[in-house]
Write a protein that binds this ligand. Structure first.
Ligand SMILES: *Cc1c(COP(=O)(O)O)cnc(C)c1O
Length: 474
C-alpha cells in the first residue's frame, strides 16, 4: 500500500510515462516493423504490437519503469515483435531428442518413423493416388487392400483391416461381434492401459456385456467353460502389457481358449497390444505375445498397435479370420475410425521392411531394441570424452533401457548410461536446461542425478547432446 501523497505523485509520473508509449500506427511506419509486413499478415503484426503495448502499460501501472528504462524498453519493441512472429511461425509439435532410454514413449510420439520411408512416400501423398481406386477395373477399391495383401502374406493369415489405433480396433471388434451379448474375460485382465483406456469402459461403450470370470491372480479353463452359454458373443484375452501378476497365479493360454471357443462356435479375440509380429530372441521381449504365435495357436481375431513394437504409424491393426474381418470392415463405425493416405502409406512400407527381413536395420524401434550394449557404450564413452565443461563432471556406468509403451513390464535392456554431476547446478536445473534447448533433450533423473541413455538417441544427434552439454552454464 502506498500513502495518499506518494500515490498521487505516482499518478503524475505514470501519466508522463503512459504518454511515452508510441501509437501502433507510428510503430507500423518504423522501417524495421514495416519490413515485416511483407512477410506476415498485417493483422498479426498489429495484434502482437497491441499485446506488447498492453504489457508495457501494465508494467508502468505496477511501477516497473522510470523514464530511462521505459525508453529502452520501447526501443526493444521491433526486436521483440520479430521474436514473437518467429515463434508464431514455428510449429508447436517439433523434434526432441529422447535421451531417456525408453524406446516406446507415448508422450514423445511413440515409434519414430523411418526417414527413408517418410521420404519415399512423399510422391504418393503429395499427389492424387489410388487410395480407394482399383486401377485394374477403373472402379472403386478399398483402402484396406494396400496393406492387407502384405500383412496377410507376412503373418500367413486370412484377412486384415486397420483403423486409428488399437483402442479403436478393440472397440469396433467388440461392437461388431458382441453387441448386446456377453464378452467373457478373466478378472486378471480387466486392466487400464494408460491414457484412459480401460477394458471395462471400452467394453461398455461397445454395447457388449462384461462377463468376468476367475479371480485377479488365478483363472482356469473351467472358469471360462462354465461361463459360455447362449448369450456369449466372444471370449476376450487381453495382454496385460504394463503390469505383471507374480506369485500364486494361473493364466489360461490362447491354445486352450481357442479350443473352447471353436467347440462352442464363438470367436476368440486377443488384444495383444504391443504388436510384436514374431517371437523375438531379445530377452526384454520374452514375455511379449507374438501376433503370429497367437494366430497359429487359434485366436480368431488379434488386434494390436501400429506404433508400439511394430515401429510404424499410429494405427490399430486387426488380423484373423476372413468372415469376422469382413463383418468388422462393414461396420459403419469403421467409417468413423478409418486411417488416411499418409498412415496407409507408412504402414504398407513398414510392413514391406518386415517382408524383406530388413526391419532390424530400417525400423528405428527395432534397431534401438537390438542395438548391442557395446555400441551404446562406445558412443557413451565418446560423448563423455567430448565434454570439456568445468561446470559438470561426466562419467559412464552400466544401467538399463526400457522397451516401454505398455510392452514388457520389467522388460529391461542392458545399456551404458552417461551420468552428469555438478557442484554448481542441481539435477533438476540440468534437466530443465537440456529440455529448453532449441532441439529439446529429454533426460532421466534418478537418485538426484541426470542420466543420459544413448540407446534411444539417433547417432547423428550425439553431437547435439555434446554441444549442449559443453554450452551448459557458459
Ligand atoms: C497399448 C495397448 C492398447 C492401446 O493401443 P493404442 O494403439 O494406443 O490405442 C490396447 N491394448 C493393449 C493390450 C495395449 O498394450
Amino acid at each position: 500500500m502506498t500513502s495518499k501523497g506518494s500515490g498521487s505523485r505516482r499518478q503524475v509520473t505514470d501519466g508522463r510515462l503512459f504518454r511515452m508509449i508510441p501509437a501502433v500506427n507510428d510503430l507500423l511506419m518504423n522501417p524495421e516493423i514495416s519490413g515485416l509486413l511483407g512477410t506476415y499478415p498485417r493483422e498479426m503484426v498489429v495484434e502482437l504490437l497491441n499485446l506488447d503495448l498492453s504489457r508495457i502499460r501494465e508494467e508502468i501501472g505496477q511501477g516497473g519503469f522510470d523514464e530511462e528504462s521505459l525508453l529502452s524498453r520501447v526501443k526493444e519493441i521491433p526486436s521483440r515483435l520479430g521474436l514473437e512472429l518467429d515463434s508464431r511461425e514455428s510449429p508447436t509439435l517439433k523434434p526432441v531428442i529422447n535421451a531417456t532410454g525408453i524406446i516406446i514413449f507415448t508422450n514423445l510420439g511413440r515409434a519414430p518413423i523411418s526417414r527413408k520411408i517418410a521420404e519415399d512416400l512423399l510422391d504418393t501423398i503429395c499427389s492424387y493416388n489410388n487410395l480407394e481406386y482399383d486401377l485394374a477395373c477403373g472402379s472403386r477399391g478399398h483402402r484396406d487392400l494396400h496393406f492387407e495383401s502384405r500383412i496377410t502374406r507376412v503373418l500367413n493369415c486370412e484377412a486384415a483391416s486397420v483403423c486409428n489405433n488399437a483402442a479403436a480396433a478393440l472397440m469396433i471388434i467388440l461392437n461388431t461381434l458382441a453387441h448386446g451379448r456377453n464378452v467373457i474375460i478373466s478378472r486378471g485382465e480387466l486392466v487400464e492401459i494408460g491414457g484412459s483406456f480401460r477394458i471395462p469402459e471400452i467394453l461398455e461403450k461397445s454395447g457388449a456385456v462384461l462377463r468376468e470370470v476367475g479371480t485377479t491372480n488365478r483363472t482356469f479353463l473351467r472358469d471360462y467353460e462354465k461361463a459360455v452359454d447362449g448369450e456369449t458373443g466372444l471370449i476376450l484375452k487381453v495382454h496385460t502389457g504394463n503390469y505383471q501378476i507374480t506369485g500364486f497365479t494361473n493364466e489360461t493360454g490362447i491354445p486352450e481358449l481357442a479350443q473352447l471357443a471353436a467347440s462352442r462356435g464363438i470367436p476368440l479375440v486377443h488384444d495383444a497390444g504391443s504388436g510384436l509380429l514374431f517371437p523375438s530372441d531379445e530377452e526384454c521381449l520374452a514375455r511379449e505375445p507374438a501376433i503370429k504365435e497367437s494366430l497359429d495357436a487359434g485366436a480368431d481375431i488379434v488386434c494390436f498397435s501400429g506404433d508400439k513394437l511394430l515401429g510404424g504409424p499410429q494405427s490399430g491393426i486387426i488380423v484373423g479370420r476372413g468372415e469376422y474381418v469382413a463383418r468388422i470392415r462393414k461396420n459403419p463405425l469403421m467409417r468413423t475410425l478409418r486411417i488416411d493416405k499418409v498412415i496407409c502409406s507408412i504402414l504398407d512400407r513398414t510392413l514391406l521392411e518386415y517382408e524383406m527381413g530388413r526391419e532390424k536395420e530400417s525400423i528405428p524401434v527395432k534397431r534401438f531394441i537390438s542395438l548391442p550394449e557395446q555400441e551404446v557404450r562406445s558412443r557413451a564413452e565418446a560423448l563423455a570424452e567430448g565434454i570439456s565443461n568445468s561446470k559438470i563432471s561426466v562419467s559412464i556406468s552400466p544401467g538399463f533401457s526400457k522397451s516401454g509403451g505398455g510392452s514388457s513390464p520389467g522388460g529391461e535392456i542392458p545399456t551404458t548410461l552417461v551420468k552428469l554431476d555438478s557442484e554448481e547446478f542441481s539435477a533438476a536445473a540440468i534437466e530443465r536446461y537440456l529440455r529448453s534447448r532449441e532441439i529439446p533433450i529429454i533426460a532421466r533423473i534418478e537418485k538426484d542425478r541426470v542420466l543420459i541413455d544413448l540407446r534411444t538417441v539417433f547417432p547423428e544427434q550425439d553431437q547435439v547432446v555434446a554441444r549442449e552439454l559443453n554450452a551448459l552454464g557458459r
